[in-house]
Design a protein around this ligand. Structure first.
Ligand code: ATP
Length: 436
């Protein structure tokens, strides 16, 4: 593991962002649990994505489909056949690794040092995770935990059209868990077996020019969102897929990549899926899923421009990007809207009851609008350092001057500069800083 990734992983454990899944039982490879700071960060990330994608747009509606689906849906979408990674096995120790990731094979060969490693021929390995439904042993229905969240949108296309006022072009946004039997989970939460995705399926007229226009539009739109939330521009890039490497259904495909500590790697994908999903679901369900254009009375299978991002992968890259080591502190310079806590409130001294009382009053009044942290342990310097490590943008200290003139200090995380602000102006001051 690279040095920076190791530092971020260790901070995540130390400060309650992310813990290894089922840790007290020795863990379960590829699973992670989000702690107090991490669950807040994740919630903020998802809320901001939803705001950008659904709340502020007229042409996108939301959906929250079930994780478990009729197995026929996975046959139709091709996942039971084609959701595979090529796998090779080391003939010395029988460990399996991805054949399409030469770095993984090279990494494995290092384990055997002086021995010559021979590999088996690549075999396709299906990534769908199986589960069993039903109460009678032997008569249970074999199902799959969804391997990606797209299918729930595709099977509800008609329901959404019939129950709302959407007209093509329009999108359906969804976020939620997906499960994959990843052969080599790793790089902390970058590749897990249980993770979350956030996606838009944007349905357009089946027309080449429309396809190109909307594909370019969504590429830039998604890139802009990451930039708006503060990811460094030079750390992001587009990478077009070569035609032979595209998924079988994709007419066009581009990834947004981040320059990770282990090199450029995928953050999210933008795929032009054509009408592949709609046609397959029509064929397998026997239902007419075509769109009826109310203006022209045309009937057609729309094309779908998909944007698909990992919640956890985005969160990891926000963390890596925000991680700064300075001479005397480690500071997470997260965008204030992403930061788990917006403000921390400190009484200067924990044993002076009038300071504590006043600080509690401020704490109680601000927590109605913001996620606010409280800390009265140790000295102020240590409290600042603890908040810096979880990325809290502002710390408010109630001191003796507060008791005379009703002002407090606000200390800025990034500059460490302090200003004095009137207590009754605090809520307005913070909401001014927290506009999206
Ligand atoms: P990779 O090539 O890294 O395996 P993929 O191309 O198979 O990813 P997609 O199926 O396009 O990924 O999924 C869309 C997004 O979901 C990815 O860009 C990524 O952000 C996220 N994602 C996919 N697999 C995982 C995983 N195992 N763990 C965490 N996030 C994932």
């Amino acid at each position: 593991m690279s040095d920076l990734l190791e530092k971020v992983t260790s901070l995540c454990k130390r400060r309650g962002f992310i813990f290894p899944g089922s840790e007290i039982y020795g863990g379960l490879a590829g699973t992670w649990d989000y702690g107090p700071s991490g669950s807040l960060l994740k919630k903020n990330l998802k809320d901001l994505w939803w705001k950008e994608t659904v709340q502020l747009r007229d042409d996108v509606v939301g959906l929250d489909a079930a994780i478990m689906m009729n197995p026929k849906a996975w046959e139709a979408s091709g996942h039971t056949q084609a959701f595979t990674d090529p796998l090779v096995e080391c003939k010395l120790c029988h460990q399996r690794v991805r054949a399409d990731k030469s770095d993984e094979m090279a990494e494995h060969e290092k384990i055997h040092k002086d021995q010559k490693v021979e590999w088996t021929e690549p075999q396709q390995f299906n990534l769908l995770v199986k589960a069993y439904l039903g109460v009678v042993e032997g008569k249970q229905l074999e199902i799959f935990l969804r391997g990606e969240i797209t299918n729930g949108v595709q099977v509800n296309f008609k329901n959404v059209v019939d129950s709302t006022r959407v007209k093509i072009p329009f999108g359906i946004a969804q976020m939620g868990k997906a499960f994959r039997n990843e052969i080599t989970p790793g790089n902390f939460i970058f590749r897990s077996r249980e993770f979350e995705q956030m996606e838009v399926q944007y349905f357009i007229k089946p027309d080449e020019e429309e396809g190109k226009k909307w594909f370019e539009y969504w590429k830039q739109n998604r890139m802009d969102w990451y930039l708006k939330l503060g990811i460094k521009k030079e750390k992001l890039r587009f990478r077009d897929h070569e035609p032979e490497k595209r998924a079988h259904y994709a007419k066009m495909a581009t990834d947004i990549e981040y320059e990770t500590p282990w090199g450029w790697d995928e953050l999210m994908g933008i795929h032009h899926r054509g009408d592949w999903d709609q046609r397959r679901h029509e064929e397998f369900s026997g239902k007419n899923l075509k769109y009826h254009d109310p203006e022209t009375s045309e009937e057609y299978s729309p094309w779908d421009i998909e944007t698909s991002a990992g919640v956890d992968r985005s969160l990891l890259f926000f963390l890596i990007d925000a991680y700064n080591e300075e001479e005397k502190r480690i500071v997470l310079k997260l965008h204030p809207l992403l930061a788990p806590y917006k403000v921390a409130i400190f009484p200067l001294l924990a044993n002076k009851s009038d300071l504590v009382l006043q600080a509690k009053k401020i704490y109680e009044s601000l927590r109605n609008d913001f996620m606010v942290a409280w800390d009265d342990r140790g000295n102020i310097g240590k409290r600042y350092l603890a908040q810096d490590e979880i990325g809290t943008p502002w710390c408010v200290t109630v001191d003796f001057q507060t008791l005379n003139d009703e002002t407090v200090t606000i200390r800025d995380r990034d500059t460490t500069k302090q200003i004095r602000v009137k207590v009754d102006e605090l809520a307005k001051w913070f909401s001014g800083k927290l506009q999206y």
